[in-house]
Design a binder for this molecule. Structure first.
Ligand SMILES: [Zn+2]
Length: 216
């Protein structure tokens, strides 16, 4: 039970006022400690009320006002002084299961895998483009994807070779320096694949027919 409930259920304003030194007559009347009271004008029972100044409340309000405390502190003071047990409700943040922190080595391995995957997918595409978009005649303008393939195949192969066979320093250097490039490669591949998917869906029927014609 929380401290407010415990105090409210177990102690009256009159009991706490007496406990903290107020003299209370048999009729439950006392001189009000909250105003300059010459004749008893405060009535105390379960709650208290002053006919002079209008102060009123329960045991917690009384102690709060009497000692200049917050309600919470007043309630805890009463509970402690009267030996009442209560559940202290200190805020506990909800416990989240902690994720095991990645070691530097794990992080490096992941970054390396990411690079490797990006570069090898890209190389695959480049090789495809080199064949698919190769100019059919001398005076045909070169397709940009064909140009991209020519420009990048060697370098991509070299980077992949470094990732596979380089020593740890070379690999770390590559992962660190090509990370951003690889990210843009991943994006490029995704973009390209999306476009291709659309083409395939759109052209599948036509392709199917052409395929059947070839076979027949
Ligand atoms: Zn009063």
């Amino acid at each position: 039970m929380d401290v407010f409930r415990v105090v409210k259920d177990n102690v009256t304003a009159r009991q706490v006022a007496e406990y903290y030194g107020m003299k209370i007559g048999r009729n439950g009347m006392a001189c009000c400690p909250f105003h300059d009271d010459k004749h008893p004008s405060m009535k105390l029972d379960k709650r208290y009320y002053c006919f002079g100044c209008g102060e009123k409340g329960d045991a917690i309000d009384f102690v709060g006002k009497y000692f200049g405390m917050t309600s919470k502190d007043a309630a805890m003071k009463i509970a402690d002084d009267f030996g009442m047990e209560y559940k202290s409700e200190k805020y506990k943040p909800p416990q989240k299961p902690l994720k095991p922190k990645k070691t530097l080595e794990q992080e490096f391995c992941e970054a390396q895998d990411y690079c490797f995957k990006g570069l090898s997918d890209y190389l695959h595409l480049l090789k495809e483009w080199k064949i698919k978009y190769a100019p059919k005649s001398m005076d045909e303008e070169w397709h940009p994807l064909f140009c991209e393939a020519l420009d990048n195949i060697d370098q991509t192969e070299y980077l992949l070779d470094t990732l596979l066979n380089g020593d740890v320093r070379d690999r770390a250097f590559l992962v660190q320096n090509q990370g951003r490039k690889v990210k843009s490669i991943h994006e490029r591949i995704r973009e390209f694949n999306n476009r291709r998917e659309k083409c395939i869906t759109g052209g599948s029927e036509r392709k199917q027919r052409a395929h059947e014609r070839e076979r027949g």
